[in-house]
Ligand binder design. Structure first.
Ligand code: FES
Length: 190
């Protein structure tokens, strides 16, 4: 009896396998791959920036510096742009030197007023963080002890730090030229 049941079961399973083998599919086919289109549409919706890298606040986060406050006129914006334009370090004729203490490195060095804090640190073979080297990200940011950064450095360009952040002592070492002695902690971001 058991053998008969087993035999019938085996035959039944074989029959099912044969039927499934010859059965036709549902006719379903994978749709066209649209992932590329989706990526292109997303890319088109992101505003263009000069330097797309992780810390760039122009990509997805934070308000762009120099944004027009509600009620501000076009004339006011132009004035702000002029103020933020920075200065040309190559136009410096009277080269002066300042004592800059690099707190993380534990050393004080002389830095010329036509040399950036980043370049001065690199000349010492210190591992200084940076990315764009144009004042357009935050990678090179450092913190100056003892007050507003503008009392100690001039930025040749600054597309990233706000007035408040500079008032708190933050600077972009890749575009910051010393105008006084100070102590800085590199690799410090607001
Ligand atoms: S490295 Fe990007 S702002 Fe200095």
């Amino acid at each position: 009896m058991v053998q008969t049941v087993g035999l019938l079961l085996g035959l039944g399973l074989t029959l099912v396998a044969v039927v499934l083998h010859f059965a036709r599919g549902t006719g379903w086919q994978a749709g066209e791959d649209i992932s590329r289109d989706v990526l292109e549409q997303r890319a088109a919706s992101v505003p263009e920036t000069d330097f797309p890298e992780p810390y760039n606040r122009g990509v997805g986060g934070g308000a762009p510096t120099g944004a027009i406050e509600s009620g501000a006129s076009e004339g006011e914006l132009e004035e702000t742009d002029d103020e933020d334009a920075g200065f040309d370090p190559e136009a410096i004729e009277d080269v002066e030197y300042y004592e800059i203490e690099f707190a993380n490195e534990g050393e004080t060095i002389e830095v010329a007023n036509n040399e950036t804090i980043l370049e001065a640190g690199e000349d010492e073979d210190w591992d200084m963080p940076y990315s764009c080297r144009q004042g357009q990200c935050l990678s090179c940011a450092g913190h100056i002890e003892g007050g507003p950064a503008e009392e100690f450095v001039r930025h040749s360009n600054n597309d990233t730090l706000s007035e408040e952040e500079m008032d708190d002592g933050y600077c972009l070492t890749c575009v910051a030229y010393p105008t006084a002695d100070f102590t800085i902690k590199t690799a410090e971001q607001p």
